[in-house]
Design a protein around this ligand. Structure first.
Ligand code: KE4
Length: 422
């Protein structure tokens, strides 16, 4: 038995599925997860001493690579002053000023501790601000595990949401409507069917939880126009795209300005941080200033803030990081396309290889992928020391620590592996 297997056996005795987040259990690709003991740059190291070239980067936070000196130094320094005060502190103001001072459409921000918490709070704020109940999300987009977001994909555009998890009540999803990504007509129909009842549309401006599927030309602007025409708010869930496509995220990258944004991952530099923000007029509705309640013991935690400040400051001081990782993403996608007939979607430093030859622009199309083939591909790549997402419907994340040589080695291996599994 490998040491990872030994640890996984122990883990399953005391944690559901042996994990603290389902995707880590390798259930959609089979086999047992690797227990990771350390990471540095673009590499991770498991408890059996294996080295892997890592394309998960903790699912997005590690845009600068693992164990970045400046982020680690900032955390070590902050720790010396104590771990948590439950009181106001300078670091939370500094991180808020870094975001609001550099992203014009975020005039005010509230820190929380995860992307889920950011989305849950932003939805409550949109409902409180508009005094409307219904929200529109898109099939295949994931916005964390708050009840109202766990509805069956494609649960019928004109009917109530259907729970997609045990324990989520019909009532909890009754006001959640599911639309088709990249389909403005579908959204238009929802607005027509629910006149003056829709508080907001929440969207991943680049879908990355069905695998990567970018917005088709005009889609995001179309959502902006529909929200304006109907007095609804547009929420960009930028937990993945925020500070990744460019510092200003999808709003800046595509030139479509949301009313609210949610953040996670990169904003915490690898520590547990989420946030939601937007126009001051809307954010002023949040407690204690306004009637929309939201709170959190570890919100604005000074050690987590120190990591976020260091990561975002580095990105502001080194904008060339974006040129590099976005160019590497484009290069990797085009090199993979030379080696397969399967579909490769890429936006910036995010990409996915789908095991289908058809286009993938929405969830139904993503579901045409051959997930068994993906599983075989995943394990062969793992054997070659390349750690990809253990599920077809996730994204590859490229970091500033990845080199052109890393990508060349990866695409050559992909070429070989695809031949082996065909
Ligand atoms: P967290 O609560 O996991 O911090 O964020 C939830 C979330 C919200 N919005 C988007 C667009 C997200 O992608 C996520 C979480 N992303 C997944 C990766 N697909 C996290 C990995 C996991 O669940 O373990």
């Amino acid at each position: 038995m490998s040491i990872s297997e030994t640890w996984f056996a122990r883990a399953q005795n005391v944690m559901p599925g042996g994990v603290n987040s389902p995707v880590r259990a390798f259930r959609s690709v089979g086999g047992g997860p690797r227990f990771i003991r350390a990471a540095k740059g673009s590499k991770i190291y498991d408890v059996d001493g294996n080295e892997y070239l890592d394309y998960i980067g903790s699912w997005g936070p590690m845009i600068l690579g693992h164990a970045h000196e400046e982020v680690e130094a900032a955390v070590m320094q902050a720790v010396k002053n104590g771990l948590s005060f439950g009181a106001c502190s300078e670091p939370e103001v500094r991180l808020a000023e870094l975001v609001c001072g550099n992203i014009p459409h975020v005039e005010m921000i509230r820190m929380v501790s995860s992307g889920t918490e950011a989305v849950m709070s932003a939805l409550r704020l949109a409902r409180g601000y508009t005094r409307r109940d219904k929200v529109i999300k898109f099939a295949g987009c994931y916005h964390g595990h708050s009840d109202s977001m766990l509805i069956k994909a494609g649960s019928g555009a004109l009917t109530f949401g259907v729970p997609d998890s045990a324990g989520v009540t019909k009532g909890a999803v009754a006001d959640t409507l599911s639309a088709k990504y990249n389909d403005l007509d579908n959204v238009r129909a929802l607005f027509a069917e629910n006149k003056d009842k829709i508080a907001c549309v929440i969207v991943e401006p680049v879908a990355a939880n069905m695998g990567v599927a970018g917005p088709r030309d005009g889609f995001l602007q179309g959502l902006r126009d529909l929200c304006d025409a109907n007095g609804s708010l547009l929420i960009f869930d930028e937990v993945i795209t925020g500070f990744r496509l460019c510092f200003g995220g999808a709003g800046q990258y595509f030139g479509v300005i949301p009313d609210l944004v949610t953040y996670g991952k990169i904003i915490g530099g690898g520590m547990p941080v989420g946030a939601y923000g937007g126009k001051k007029e809307i954010m002023s509705q949040v407690s204690p200033l306004g009637p929309v309640y939201q709170a959190g013991t570890l919100s604005g935690n000074p050690v987590a803030m120190a990591a976020g400040i260091a990561a975002l400051q580095y990105l502001l001081d080194h904008p060339q990081v974006y040129d590099k990782i976005n160019a590497l993403g484009e290069y990797m996608a085009q090199e993979i396309r030379k080696r397969t007939r399967y579909t490769v979607n890429q936006v910036g430093s995010l990409l996915s290889l789908f095991f289908t030859e058809e286009t993938v622009g929405d969830y139904d199309e993503a579901l045409r992928s051959d997930t068994a083939k993906y599983a075989a591909y995943f394990h062969k790549m793992l054997e070659h020391g390349i750690y990809l997402p253990p599920a077809q419907f996730e994204a590859v994340f490229i970091s500033d620590a990845h080199s052109r040589a890393d990508v060349d080695h990866t695409v050559e291996t992909i070429g070989k592996v695809l031949q082996e599994i065909e």
